[in-house]
Design a binder for this molecule. Structure first.
Ligand code: HEM
Length: 180
């Protein structure tokens, strides 16, 4: 959510689009779970936040038996790293990957991406058990925030990133919060 707010403060035109969608779908109240399917631009902004700044930025796996992968034999004692941060910004899987573009998540355009080129919640049988809950929470919280507040960026600098258990900004991300 921190990074999504930062991205919106850097791209006020998208902030305006989200707000227009929220006003249109929610009106003056709070969003309901039923509203979520209609908040498509908001969903795109959530996915862009998770794509550009995946909270889990790298995963590790150990094969249980020798496995050939891309012409290489990987032995069971090898540690295989799966860096979401790199995959999500790879031009082979995403055009203009450095650009914040919630429109790339529209149903009609998102379908072409290979299944595991985007995996903020991991993949396979051990993928995040809280994925749907987390997405719903992010979607609703962002709709509420954008509906009520505008975020103005206070610095042009990109935040330094500190990859630990989760991908954290090294310093506080500061934005000015205003009523729209
Ligand atoms: C933005 C929020 C979240 C992100 C980015 C996230 C990401 C992840 C990732 C990448 C994994 C590892 C998947 C793998 O190894 O392939 C994972 C596992 C897991 N997550 Fe999340 N998660 C989030 C929120 C949640 C929430 C809200 C819950 C619980 C309500 C949750 C519960 C779990 C559990 C229990 C596992 C272990 C699943 C297993 O090993 O079978 N997560 N999560």
């Amino acid at each position: 959510m921190t990074y999504t707010v930062l991205l919106l403060s850097q791209h006020p035109q998208w902030s305006d689009k989200l707000r227009a969608e929220d006003v249109n779908v929610i009106g003056d109240g709070l969003p309901s779970v039923q509203d979520v399917s209609q908040l498509e631009v908001t969903r795109g902004a959530v996915e862009e936040g998770l794509r550009l700044y995946p909270p889990v930025s790298i995963l590790f796996r150990e094969p249980s038996e020798p496995v050939e992968f891309d012409g290489r034999l990987v032995q069971p004692d090898a540690i295989v790293t799966l860096p979401q941060f790199r995959f999500h910004r790879d031009e082979r899987f995403c055009s203009t990957p450095e650009r914040f573009d919630p429109a790339r998540w529209r149903e009609d355009t998102a379908a072409d991406r290979p299944e595991h080129a985007y995996f903020p919640f991991g993949g396979g049988p051990r993928h995040c058990i809280g994925m749907r809950f987390a997405r719903l929470e992010l979607h609703l919280a962002l709709a509420i925030l954008v509906h009520r507040f505008e975020f103005e960026r206070l610095s042009d600098a990109e935040p330094d990133l500190e990859p630990g258990m989760t991908l954290r900004p090294a310093d506080s991300v500061k934005v000015r919060v205003r009523r729209p």
